[in-house]
Structures are given as C-alpha cells and as structure tokens.
Ligand binder design. Structure first.
Ligand SMILES: NC(=O)c1ccc[n+]([C@@H]2O[C@H](COP(=O)([O-])OP(=O)(O)OC[C@H]3O[C@@H](n4cnc5c(N)ncnc54)[C@H](O)[C@@H]3O)[C@@H](O)[C@H]2O)c1
Length: 494
C-alpha cells in the first residue's frame, strides 16, 4: 500500500479557498439545545463519508439548512471539488479517525461509499449514537442488513436508506392502490432494470500503479485486498462482487421498494437465480431471480389477503413478457426499470422509484391516502426532520432501517441466488436464522474464474479456468462476510 495520505494535504487541493476547520470548536446541536429537545431550526452537525459521487448530492440537499462539519473520502482527486466547495468542513481519509477525533461534535453521518463499506462505516456511527443516512443498497450482505436494523433500534437513532423514491408520490399511490384492493390479491410480481450501464462480465484485470490521490488500502476497507486497477473505482465498483452488488443491488432498492412495502413482505422462503456467464469476481451481464414469499398475516380491517407471492427480477436489458392488453408501442422501461403486479382483478404497472402507477384496465383508482407525504419529496430532509425529533415521539423517516433493513435483505438475497445458481436447485431460506436449509455439508459449486476466447489460425479457442468451492462455506461467507483486520462491526444486539 502506498502511504499516500501523508503525501497529500487538503490544503494542496483547496488552496486558499478558506479556513481549515481543524482549529474550530464545533459543538453538537444536542449540547447547544439540550438533549432530546431540538428545535427544527437547531442545526445538525453532519459528517459525510464518501463524497465524490452521490454523497455530494446528499450533502448539497442538507447543507442549505444544516452544518457540514466533516468530510471523508479515500480518493482526494475525485473528491477534490467537493472538499473545495466545503472549506469549513474538516477533511479526512479514514472515517475511523474522523469518528475518533470528531465523534463528540458530530450529530449525524451520511454514508455514500461503495456498497461493501456501507455497513462498517454506518454501524460504527450508530454505535456512537449518531443518526445515520446510508445510500442504497443499505448493505452488501444479509447479516449487515440485520445488524443495522437492530443497532438502529438499540441506539434509537433516526435512520434513512437513500432510496429516494420512498419519499415520492408514485410509491405512496402504488401502496395505497394495492392495499385498497384495487387489483385484488397478488400472487406474482415481475420487475426489471435496464442496468448495468457499467462494465460487467469482465475478467479480473492486471494490477496498475495506485494514483497518488487514492488510498487503495482504505478503499478496500473490510474486504480482501486485490491489486488496484482503474476499472474498480470510482463508480464501476458496482460490477465487482467484492465491492458492489451488480445491477440488481444497484437498482432493486429503487424498483422493488413498492413491492416490499405494498405487499407487506419480510423474509423470502425460497430463491433461485440464473444469469449469463457467472464469474468468480465480476457480476454477470444479465440475471433473473425468483424469490418466493409465504402468505402474510392479514392485518385487521384489511381489504385483501396477502397470499404466497413470487417476485421475479430481470436485468441486463431483459424484460418480463408484456401482459395481455399491453398498449402496443408503449415502452415498459420508465426511468430505468419497472414493475408489473399481477392481481386477481387487474394489473398494476409502475416505473422505477414507483413512478407513474397505472392500471392495465385503464381505470384510475381513488384510494384513501393512508401513506404519509413528504413535502417536495425531499428524502434527505425527511431524515433531518426525524433526527431532530425525540426518539419517543419520532415519526420514522420514509426508509427507516426498521423497514429498509429487511427490505435490503430481499435485494441481497437476489445476489445469493445468482451466485449459488450452480447448485441447480431452488434454495430454501430460513430468514430468522439467516441460513439456507437445503445446502448439504458436501455440496459444491463450480465457478468460472475467467473467460478467454481467441481465434488462432482460424480456430476458435475457449479457455475458461474454473474452481470448485464448498457451497455451504461459500454461502455463509456471502451471508456474513469475514472482515479484513482493522475493520470490525459492533456486536449484533439480541
Ligand atoms: N440514490 C441514488 O439515486 C444513488 C445514485 C447513485 C449512487 N447511489 C449510491 O451511492 C453510493 C455511492 O455511489 P456513487 O455512484 O456515488 O459511487 P462513486 O464511486 O462515484 O462515489 C463513491 C465515493 O466514495 C468514496 N469512497 C469509497 N470508499 C470509501 C471509504 N471507505 N471511505 C470514504 N470514502 C470512500 C470514493 O472515493 C468516492 O468518492 C452507492 O452505494 C450507490 O449505490 C445512489
């Protein structure tokens, strides 16, 4: 590893743009206002981890009203303009150091790093009592989702996952129409995304020199070390299993949220996946996943039953077949994907983020408005509001971890189903115990390490080295990752 954090100072990036905040004393707003008694006008002191991409959008959406006191990024080249635009925030390479030094003066943390480091940064913030906003997908594994759900409840902090569609009108209407029985009972749902739009199905590239502006060791964080290559970060980490969750993990939190909430899902009981060529390291170009949920308890006064339902996911450009009666020429893809709820009375279709719901019959439902509305769909500010309310009377934000945690388990279950497709069976899942119940001790999966095709003297040559893994160990490592030394999670609350 290059010890580049010593070579580059923030002053070098921001030049003379403003004060270096190291010398400032910043009091948390709880100190200013007295614990649990925050006026909405009382500003939160917010730290952001991962600022080069979506973190900057989140930051901009809160900085009008709140104080940004600290920023952390492992790539001071990519993040330079964000550091420069926020000269009063103290800059860090390592969120662990930031929590150590500024923990007492920070009220809330936004995490917008690559998926694999969401949980480790967020869980340690929650354990310090910090309100936490985490980009979607909430976590990289099932265990991490469960941990964040339980920690948020234990520490009574305000939380939000960054699936901003949750604060939009489309998700509200879709849920209200479903739960008002507008399409009857739903036993099948299909959902899709047009992603990936980044490289997937790639062989592991050769190592390159690490740029001076990047701390590769900190980017790797809790996962296993590998040689740097510019294909991994920024942005393209999505396609690499160690860092991202493929097209499904990237988009399903936006697309499947109205399914999870509208149909009152919790843990699936069965899962199966298939894909184009599955490689050990890089997600495939296209995938299909089927998750089965058992019948749910019908709430008192409910207008419909919630029978066993199959949720079928497609990505990589694949789409579900158009249902009978589909308006000819209408594009199914709305903002990056879509959902088709097949009901016993009608069919409901919505886009990505629950956008623009409509019924195939053409009827326009009028259902009671049971869902809370967020003014101006301002997802980050809905979380800010929740941060300022006392835990006893707090109205949970629209994607509070009590819901986002179990929902994210649905999303990462899709990754498990695809990566375990080599078992050639429908996987049975015990959600409470977080384990597959039909993988035997000696079951094995064979995975392709790389896919090489050349033509030599006119003859096609295929070279697909592969390796065999114990399926039970492989599955349990994907459900709960072993972290690299130096990165630890708080204990799972009871
Ligand atoms: N809600 C949305 O619409 C939306 C849109 C885009 C991305 N996202 C999510 O936001 C997250 C970031 O995605 P992105 O597109 O901005 O990626 P990105 O690669 O463009 O930005 C991630 C930033 O985090 C930094 N980073 C990585 N590891 C870090 C660590 N351990 N500590 C501090 N900084 C670290 C990177 O250097 C980079 O600046 C992902 O979880 C992604 O799924 C959400």
């Amino acid at each position: 590893m290059k010890e580049n954090s010593k070579k580059i100072t923030r002053r070098g990036f921001i030049g003379t743009t403003g004060t270096i905040a190291a010398g400032l004393t910043i009091l948390p707003s709880s100190v200013i206002s007295g614990l649990g008694k925050r006026a909405p006008s009382d500003k939160l002191n917010i730290a952001v981890v991962g600022i080069g991409g979506m973190g900057n959008t989140n930051l901009k959406n809160v900085k009008e009203t709140e104080n940004i006191v600290a920023l952390c990024d492992v790539d001071w080249g990519y993040a330079a303009k964000v550091f420069a635009a926020n000269p009063n925030a103290k800059a860090y390479w390592d969120w662990r150091k930031m929590y150590d030094e500024m923990g007492k003066s920070i009220d809330a943390v936004i995490v917008a790093t690559a998926d694999h480091s969401h949980c480790v940064a967020a869980s340690n913030a929650i354990a310090l009592g910090k309100h936490t906003y985490v980009q979607k997908p909430l976590t990289h594994s099932v265990y991490e989702s469960r941990l964040l759900t339980k920690l948020a409840a234990k520490y009574k902090v305000a939380t939000q996952m960054g699936n901003q569609g949750a604060s939009g009108e489309g998700v509200n209407l879709t849920i209200e129409w479903l739960q008002n029985g507008e399409i009857g009972e739903v036993k099948k749902v299909e959902a899709f995304t047009d992603r990936p739009i980044w490289p997937q199905g790639q062989n592991v590239p050769k190592g390159e020199w690490v740029p001076d502006t990047l701390n590769w060791d900190l980017f790797i964080g809790p996962t296993r070390m590998r040689p740097y290559n510019s294909i991994y970060t920024p942005w393209n980490w999505r396609g690499w299993w160690d860092f991202g969750t493929g097209a499904l993990g990237d988009m399903a939190c936006h697309i499947m949220h109205p399914i999870f909430k509208g149909l009152k899902l919790k843990y699936p009981v069965r899962a199966q996946g298939s894909s184009t060529l599955l490689l050990t390291d890089c997600a495939p170009n296209a995938q299909m996943v089927t998750l089965t949920y058992p019948e749910r308890v019908v709430p008192k006064g409910s207008k419909i039953k919630y029978p066993e339902v199959q949720v079928i996911w497609y990505d990589g450009g694949l789409q579900p077949p158009k249902p009978i009666g589909w308006p000819a020429g209408k594009d199914m893809n709305n903002n990056g994907g879509g959902v088709i709820f097949h009901g016993s009375k009608d069919t409901l279709i919505c886009g990505c983020y629950g956008r623009d719901p409509w019924l195939l019959s053409g009827r326009v439902p009028v259902a009671p408005k049971t869902e809370r509305r967020v003014e101006g769909n301002k997802h980050e500010l809905d979380w800010v509001r929740a941060c300022k309310e006392s835990p006893e009377s707090r109205v949970p934000s629209k994607s509070d971890f009590s819901e986002a945690g179990p929902f994210n388990e649905m999303v990462v279950m899709g990754v498990l189903a695809v990566r375990l497709q080599g078992l050639n069976k429908e996987l049975e899942w015990n959600g409470e115990k977080m384990e597959f119940t039909n993988i035997g001790d000696n079951d094995a999966v064979r995975l392709t390490i790389s896919d090489n095709f050349t033509i030599i003297d006119g003859d096609p040559k295929f070279d697909r080295p592969n390796k065999q893994l114990n399926a039970k160990q492989f599955a349990s490592e994907m459900v709960k990752h072993t972290y690299r030394k130096g990165f630890t999670l708080p204990d799972m609350p009871a």
